[in-house]
Design a protein around this ligand. Structure first.
Ligand SMILES: [Zn+2]
Length: 250
């Protein structure tokens, strides 16, 4: 049984060599390493070089990591320059729960300008967009549709069911994280989305119930999805792995 962790912040994981070995031993055949800013994108590219054929890079600019104008400009250029090597544009998106970003003068308006620009890179390159849409589900979907983005993943989706219906109808994906074990809105979304619109992820090293995660924990995600879908591990693994392979061109 083979599975893919489609969203991991590998640059933030301590003892990455060990974590990668444990992932391989758990049946993980690929990891999408996602960047969030200039520094992390650079690290993700280095990590993808080191674990070639196992780690695939996604380059992004996270709404919580926008920084100043100079940083944003440098990151746009970096993503554009390295886009050919990347399998996706992400992590990008909007976050309406953040208070700290507003303090730094990063308004929703700025978030939207940035998101629109990086989303255009996804659209123009034909690479999937990995979207962080916390509290901003409808706006993220509207912006992706307005730009006619063909391929997108709404990562760790926990938003309204009406938006989920449109995500699915637009041919987009949602991804399930280990929070599928206990988060009610996330469970509801996974329950409703067809299995062929679902991907598995960890968002590692995000902590679930106080324990830091790593890519091997995508097995926990798998088990939680199996439980919700009343399916088998084999069936969910086959469906999600084949979707991930074709979406990211692996
Ligand atoms: Zn993330």
């Amino acid at each position: 049984m083979y599975i893919i962790d489609t969203h991991a912040h590998l640059d933030e994981i301590a003892n990455l060599d060990d974590a990668v070995s444990r992932a391989r031993r758990s049946g993980v055949i690929a990891i999408i390493g996602v960047g969030v800013d200039l520094k992390s994108n650079k690290r993700i590219l280095e990590i993808a070089d080191k674990y070639r054929g196992f780690v695939y890079p996604a380059l992004g600019l996270h709404p919580g990591n926008l920084g100043d104008e100079e940083h944003r400009e440098a990151t746009f250029q970096q993503i554009e320059l390295n886009l050919e090597r990347a399998v996706a544009v992400g992590e990008i998106g909007l976050d309406y729960f953040y208070k700290e970003t507003r303090k730094e003068g990063v308004t929703r308006q700025v978030q939207k300008q940035v998101f629109n620009r990086v989303l255009s890179l996804a659209k123009d390159s034909g690479k999937p967009a990995l979207i962080h849409s916390r509290g901003s589900w409808q706006d993220c979907l509207d912006m992706a549709l307005a730009l006619k983005v063909e391929r997108a993943v709404f990562h760790w989706y926990s938003g309204p069911m009406a938006v989920l219906d449109k995500i699915v109808a637009s041919g987009y994906f949602i991804s399930a994280s280990p929070a599928a074990e206990y988060s009610l809105p996330h469970r509801e979304a996974i329950n409703k989305a067809p299995v062929d619109r679902l991907l598995l992820e960890t968002d590692s090293p995000v902590a679930y119930k106080g324990v830091a995660s790593e890519p091997a924990h995508v097995l926990r995600t798998l088990k939680a999805v199996v439980d919700l879908k009343n399916s088998t591990e084999e069936q969910v693994a086959i469906a999600t792995t084949s979707s991930a392979k074709s979406l990211f061109g692996l």
